[in-house]
Design a protein around this ligand. Structure first.
Ligand code: Z5A
Length: 210
C-alpha cells in the first residue's frame, strides 16, 4: 500500500505566479514517480466551486460581511478537505493546492475578522490536515499589479488599492515568520524556471519523500 501523500500549498498576492508554478511543479513531481493532483481554493470540489462563485462574484451591489466571507471560505475548505484532499493523501498522492488556510488568515484578517476567531475556525476545519510545506510567492505589489494588468483579468479583490496589496504581502510574510518550519518564502520576481528550481530545492530539503 502507498504511504500517506504530501500536501503542498502555494500562497501569495494576486498574480504572484501560483498557477504558473503549479503547472511546472506537478510535472516535476510526477517525473519523480509520484502521483500528483492539483487543486485550488476556494474551490476544488463541485460544491466548493459553487461557494467560490458566490464568494468572489456575488450578485451586483451585494456583498458579504467579513465574517460571512471567512465562513464561506471555510465552508468550501471543509468540503474540499473531506472529498478531495484527504482521500488523495490517504491514497498516497501528492496534493498541490493553489491557496489554502493561510489565504483566509491573510485576507480575512485584513477584512477585519479577529485572528483568534479565524484560527479557531481553521483548527476545527483542518482537524490536523496541515500542509507539509507552504510556498509563499513574495513580491512588491507594484510589480505584481503590472503583471495583472498585462493579463487583463479583474475580480472583486483586484480592484482594491495598493495599500491593501501591501497588507496582504505583510500578512503572508508574518505567517512565514511565525511558522518557519512549514513556510518557505520564494522571490516571485525571478524567472518561472528559477521559481521552480527554488521550490524543488525546498521540497528536497523539507519534504521527506518515500
Ligand atoms: N481568498 C480569500 O480571501 N480567502 C481565502 O481563504 C482564499 C482566497 C482561499 C481568488 O484567489 C481570491 O480569493 C484571492 C484571495 C481570495 N484574491 N485575489 N485576487 P485566486 O488564487 O483565484 O486569484 P489570484 O491570487 O489572483 O491568482 P491568479 O490570478 O491565478 O494569480 P497567480 O496564480 O498567482 O499567478 P499566475 O496566473 O501564475 O501569473 C500571473 C501572470 O504573471 C501570468 O500572466 C503569468 O504568465 C505571469 N507570471 C507568472 N510567473 C511569472 C514569473 N516568474 N515571471 C514573469 N511572469 C510570470
Amino acid at each position: 500500500m502507498a504511504g500517506y501523500g504530501r500536501f503542498i500549498t502555494l500562497e501569495g498576492g494576486e498574480g504572484a505566479g501560483k498557477s504558473t508554478l503549479i503547472a511546472g511543479l506537478s510535472e516535476a513531481i510526477k517525473a519523480r514517480g509520484h502521483e500528483v493532483i492539483t487543486t485550488r481554493e476556494p474551490g476544488g470540489t463541485v460544491l466548493a466551486e459553487h461557494v467560490r462563485a458566490l464568494a468572489l462574484t456575488p450578485p451586483e451591489s451585494e456583498h458579504w460581511s467579513p465574517l460571512a466571507h471567512a465562513l464561506l471560505m471555510n465552508t468550501a475548505r471543509e468540503d474540499h478537505l473531506q472529498k478531495k484532499i484527504r482521500p488523495a493523501l490517504e491514497a498516497g498522492q501528492w496534493v498541490i493546492c493553489d491557496r489554502f488556510a493561510d489565504s483566509t488568515r491573510a485576507y480575512q484578517s485584513i477584512d477585519g475578522v479577529a485572528p483568534d476567531v479565524l484560527l479557531a475556525i481553521e483548527r476545527a476545519v483542518l482537524a490536523g490536515t496541515v500542509p507539509d510545506l507552504t510556498l509563499i510567492l513574495d513580491a512588491d505589489p507594484r510589480a505584481l499589479a503590472a503583471r495583472r494588468t498585462a493579463r487583463g483579468t479583474q475580480d472583486v479583490f483586484e480592484n482594491k488599492q495598493l495599500a491593501f496589496h501591501e497588507q496582504v504581502r505583510a500578512a503572508f510574510l508574518e505567517i512565514a515568520e511565525q511558522e518557519p518550519d512549514r513556510c518557505v518564502v520564494i522571490d516571485a520576481l525571478q524567472s518561472p524556471a528559477q521559481v521552480l528550481k527554488e521550490t524543488l530545492k525546498a521540497i528536497d530539503t523539507r519534504v521527506v519523500s518515500e
